[in-house]
Design a protein. Sequence first.
Length: 549
Amino acid sequence: MTQTKIAILLLLSFSISLICGCGKKEEEIDAEFQTALENAYLAQESYQRCWEFVQAWLQHADPKSGLIPRNLHESSDLWNAKDAAADNYPFMVLTAAILDKDLYEGKMRAILETEQRLTNRLDRLPDDYSFAKEDFVNEEIDLEAIIFGASEYVKDGLLPLTEYIGETPWSERMIDLLDDIWKHATKTTPFGPIPSFNVEVNGELMQALSRVYWMTGDQKYLDWGMRLADFYLLGENHPTRDQEVLRLRDHGCEIVSGLCEVYVSTAYAEPDKHEAYRQPIYELLDSILEVGTNEHGLFYNQVNPITGEILDKGIADTWGYTYNAYYSVYMLDSVDRYRDALLQAFGNLHHYEYYDWERGSADGYADAIESALNLYNREQVAAAEDWINSQIHVMWSMQDSAHRSGTEAYRGTGIIEGWHGDGNFARTSIMYSLWKTQGTSLHPWNKDVYLGAKATDKGIKVSIFPEIAWEGILKFDYPRHREIFNLPMDYPRINQLPEWFTVERDQQYELIFKNTGDTKRVSGTDLVEGISISSTSGEAIFIEVVELK
């Protein structure tokens, strides 16, 4: 039994005495507040694990530059964009943004400044950097490798950071990288020059360009995205009609989501182009369902879409990344078969408990859990909820034990496996915490103050349990997809941090403090900026938030 499960059982056993200590009868604290209290323990374990991950990795930063190495094994002397910057560092930043303001504004930002000063090589595009040499690893510039690294950094790291924390030096870095990638677009096509013929790069770029277009309002980003979509959908490079290999796991599946993100954007911004894309998009998605899924509705790693041959029978841990694309098109065009395909996969997740997603790596579990969690946000199927709640404990256990060969030295340190994939552990754990808190957060965060929430048909119920005397503010989430990225709809996106309970700034809400019976009327802006909370040690706080019509 995990520490979390033991904590929950203990909590349930003494929660009645806590409630009575607050002067309220047991029956007044209903099941929804109890669920929120249980969620608080889960969310706090998740955040604590992320905190330990950050502190452990900072111990291995290069002493002189402060940069985070690619891994702690054969690449401990190396910083690179596609791994260290894309997969690990951004989720250290995200953890700090939620849990430690001083670390976020201090060391995390300093690392970004140092990174740009030391690693920018081709305009603002970074290259591999050796700590020992205090210089670039390679004497010659490899444009293909530099563009690949920059596209990875943008899509895997800087996009999710921006989706949560908004316009910051990290979002500026993201836009600078996109601009310079396209400054060096040298591949000739009938539709104009593009930066790469690599489907992963182009899929990542279409995802980023679609979102940055809405964020900035600058037409060039959508034009670049449509140029890539034209190359695949309107030319002779259709991923299922013209290509003999289609990879449906990461490092390949990005093309499916990228094309569908451009398709969504053109529906609102370029209707003629959207109509031109419709048939080839449906052809792409229907072909993948026909030849790329197993009997449970999950995707094979790799297929030949022309012959139907399964080239790699392994099941993609990133199955939800591809279903993001299907669900986006369902939301836009009401194509029921695309939603039905996802629901089939959800109904079969029980076949994949303790599944060996990626040779036992925590990274495989992170991608698979994220796959379910992001889409559960749209389709709250009980089977998917049960699967997520069980499998997160499997992933967490990998931080506690040397589950992979060569990781014995990391047992109990906070490091998971000692490579850049550790950041994905934190990314998924943060997503899980945001679900269990329904997007609420306490500031300052404290490991001894537990926060959880449960959505209701009227709003949300929040439970706070401090083991120490504590005072601070409780903040609520807002429609980030609209306020940060200006997106016309909240379609599911790779590495998105889903929105759960969100408040509208100009809407009025009623706060009902169950401990005292007091009520308070506040605006959505008040909730986003935070309401003051204080408690003595061991005094649980129960707050219901109701949207006023």
